[in-house]
Design a protein around this ligand. Structure first.
Ligand code: S3P
Length: 174
């Protein structure tokens, strides 16, 4: 992060790790604006995540996601909830590290599935690779860029948000 960066608070983690809900609580606690990369992608594309995957494939979705990340550098300081696959591209990982403090919400594949189940906006949960394999593929990437890691297993959203808030205060981010 350099001195000109907006120092966002960026939530990453697997699908169902609670990024959106925790981000909403953190935004309320800090008074910062809330941004969701999925929402921004959908807004730009003019259609839902499932349709983007169907029409443009995962690669098309990732390119749209990258464009949204790039635009974050000119946005006011915000709490940013990222789609679970944002770490797949190496370029995104380095960009995210420049954009602010990265909070990794950890979840097991089993708990992720129990929380989100089958969802049209998560087409990768129905792909040829299992959620467990997908998480194993990504775990190292989440860990690589995380400034803060919080295990969310068996915890409610408010408890996770409190823990993240505490850790951010200790790091003097807020
Ligand atoms: C994805 C996660 C989804 C969404 C898209 C791809 C992924 O977001 O961006 O379905 O590759 O893990 P959530 O993590 O908010 O579910």
């Amino acid at each position: 992060m350099d001195s000109t960066s907006p120092a966002h608070i960026i939530l990453i983690g697997f699908m169902g790790s609670g990024k959106s809900s925790v981000a909403r609580m953190l935004a309320a606690k800090t008074g910062l604006r809330l941004l969701e990369t999925d929402e921004l992608v959908v807004h730009e594309a003019g259609c839902c995540v499932a349709d983007i995957f169907a029409k443009e494939g995962e690669d098309g979705f990732r390119s749209r996601e990258r464009a949204v990340l790039k635009a974050l550098s000119s946005q006011e300081q915000s709490v940013v909830s990222c789609g679970g696959g944002v770490v797949v591209r190496a370029q995104n990982r380095s960009l995210l590290a420049e954009l602010g403090t990265i909070v990794y919400l950890e979840v097991s594949a089993e708990e992720s599935l129990a929380r989100v189940g089958q969802d049209d906006n998560r087409p990768l949960l129905r792909g040829s690779i299992t959620p467990h394999q997908l998480l194993e593929q990504r775990r190292g990437w989440y860990e690589e860029i995380a400034d803060i890691r919080v295990d969310t297993s068996a915890k409610g959203v408010a408890q996770v948000a409190d823990e993240v808030y505490q850790r951010l205060s200790e790091l003097k981010v807020i």
